[in-house]
Write a protein that binds this ligand. Structure first.
Ligand code: PGA
Length: 254
């Protein structure tokens, strides 16, 4: 059976007030409700998470933007997988490049992945090269990033991991500078090959890959169909209710 497309709304450190967050949740919920063929995962700043009311929305889920690997204790500023699970989150973005830029390493990422899996949270594992070079060193970079970010993960847990391929050079850019679908298709094949080598062909075959980096309602269709990805992780456009609705509608119609 064909997988449902997944759209992850990464609100990042937005919006500025709780009133705006409530309004944005309500708009996102209305949009998800009319797009029944896709699943939407909203990842707000964690302090807005309690405003998220799942109620009757079967295709709308709550996610965290980050978690810490310990279960509790003296870790100022951190939030555990158990805590986000307890407030209703069923997904967590792990290893976003904006966190890696502040020093999050692959070793830290792998501990977070294991902590999320332990709490039955679906991992949205972000990977992606910073730049592209003519010699193709980014292939090796990605291979290592996948291998070390998944250190200690068993093959039978990979079904609870989504890969979010977000080339860093394509994040937060002009929408025309999103990755070209043909290049993305090539990368999905490469990522699956790395998974096949690590966990076997069946695991690789079942792997779901999302793309992130300057996606909007205009480029979404060609990226998802020609790039052959299972959905998106959306930054800016996820906090613009009108454009996000258009984007969901486009993907829902595919
Ligand atoms: P963008 O961000 O859609 O604003 O490029 C994507 C992301 O960082 O997840």
């Amino acid at each position: 059976m064909k997988n449902r497309k997944i759209i992850v709304a990464n609100w990042k450190m937005n919006p500025k007030t709780d009133l705006e967050a409530r309004t944005l949740f309500a708009a996102t919920k209305r949009s998800a409700k009319i797009c029944k063929k896709i699943d939407v995962v909203v990842c707000p700043p964690v302090l807005y998470a309690p405003f998220f009311k799942k109620t009757d929305s079967k295709n709308l889920f709550l996610g965290a933007q980050n978690i810490f690997w310990e279960q509790g204790g003296s870790y100022t500023g951190e939030v555990s997988a158990e805590m986000v699970s307890d407030i209703g989150a069923s997904f967590a973005i792990i290893g976003h490049s904006e966190r890696r830029a502040f020093g999050e390493t692959d070793a830290m990422v792998s501990k977070k992945v294991l902590a999320a899996l332990r709490s039955k949270i679906t991992v949205i594992l972000c990977i992606g090269e910073k730049e592209r070079d003519a010699s193709g060193a980014y292939y090796e970079f990605l291979k290592n990033q996948i291998r070390t970010s998944l250190f200690g993960v068993k093959g039978n847990s990979v079904k609870n991991i989504l890969i979010a391929y977000e080339p860093v050079w394509a994040i937060g850019k002009s929408f025309k500078d999103a990755m070209k679908p043909a290049e993305l298709y090539e990368m999905t094949i490469f990522i699956k090959k790395v998974f096949a080598d690590l966990f076997g062909a069946d695991v690789a075959h079942a792997l779901q890959i999302l793309y992130g980096g300057s996606v909007n309602f205009e480029n979404a269709k060609s990226i998802v169909t020609e790039g052959q990805v299972d959905g998106f992780i959306i930054g800016r456009e996820s906090v613009d209710p009108e454009n996000f609705k258009k984007l969901l509608t486009v993907v829902n119609a595919i």
